[in-house]
Design a protein around this ligand. Structure first.
Ligand SMILES: [Zn+2]
Length: 249
């Protein structure tokens, strides 16, 4: 089996048209969900209408969160509640230390810290009660094993700590920018990959014109994600990822 990338969602934070940006990386029996956007269960199910197979919340054994913005982490509560209370199968939760530091205290704790049983007794819970929490190495230059995959990360230029990622398996490498401003050093790092999925958007994100000006050897290996609803996929100067796309490397 090759290194496989499936596109779960392509939209930005404001989309009324797509699911928020989300990818599924697979190699051998390792499956990693990159980010957990809102409506996650529906997004996974809809893969069945887009080349398939459909997936459910129980099919995700690893979730890797790039950063704490709601369009990237808003479905994590749904995933973790399902796994704890419905199927009782823990999953592994990966993120860089700076993201993990705020994941519980800043994003999840309010809705997940207290469990009330049938008698009304309340029990405190922590993130470790929901998932196997696995920090990425603090040193971004240190490759690490995530199941069958070798993973590397580096910081991006974004409002809050955010990790770009490279996944390797049997000589093939996939690179994901995550959310970032235009950053030539990041693009050079991603450029070592066989396929790159790169974000684009307005404001402090990466302008499409900057990506269109890259050398064709890079552009040809690049697919856009996190684009605004009005992005014209057919007129785009770079190929755009579409929901349900699958890339086998
Ligand atoms: Zn963001």
């Amino acid at each position: 089996m090759a290194l496989s990338v499936r596109v779960v969602g392509v939209g930005d934070a404001f989309t009324a048209r797509y699911y928020n940006a989300c990818l599924l990386i697979e190699a051998d029996d390792t499956r990693v969900l990159v980010d957990a956007p809102p409506a996650l269960a529906r997004a996974l199910r809809d893969l069945g209408d887009r080349g398939g197979p459909a997936l459910g919340l129980d099919d995700i054994d690893h979730v890797l969160i790039t950063h704490l913005h709601g369009d990237h982490v808003g479905g994590l509560e749904q995933l973790l509640f399902w796994r704890r209370f419905v199927t009782r199968r823990r999953c592994a939760l990966h993120a860089i230390p700076d993201v993990l530091a705020g994941l519980w205290s800043e994003r999840l704790r309010g809705g997940m810290e207290v469990l009330m049983d049938g008698d009304g007794a309340k029990h405190p819970l922590a993130l470790n009660d929901y998932a196997d929490v696995r920090p990425l190495p603090a040193d971004p230059r240190a490759p690490f094993a995530l199941g069958a995959l070798t993973v590397e990360w580096r910081p991006t230029v974004h409002h809050i700590p955010t990790s770009a990622l490279r996944f390797s398996f049997r000589g093939a490498t996939f690179g994901y920018s995550a959310d970032t401003a235009y950053d030539p050093s990041l693009i050079a790092w991603l450029g070592e990959a066989d396929l790159i999925v790169h974000e684009t958007n307005l404001g402090v994100h990466t302008p499409i014109d900057r990506l269109a000006a890259l050398d064709h050897s890079l552009r040809d290996r690049m697919r856009l994600i996190h684009y605004p609803d009005w992005h014209d996929l057919d007129a785009s100067p770079l190929a755009s990822a579409r929901e349900g796309d699958r890339y086998d490397l």
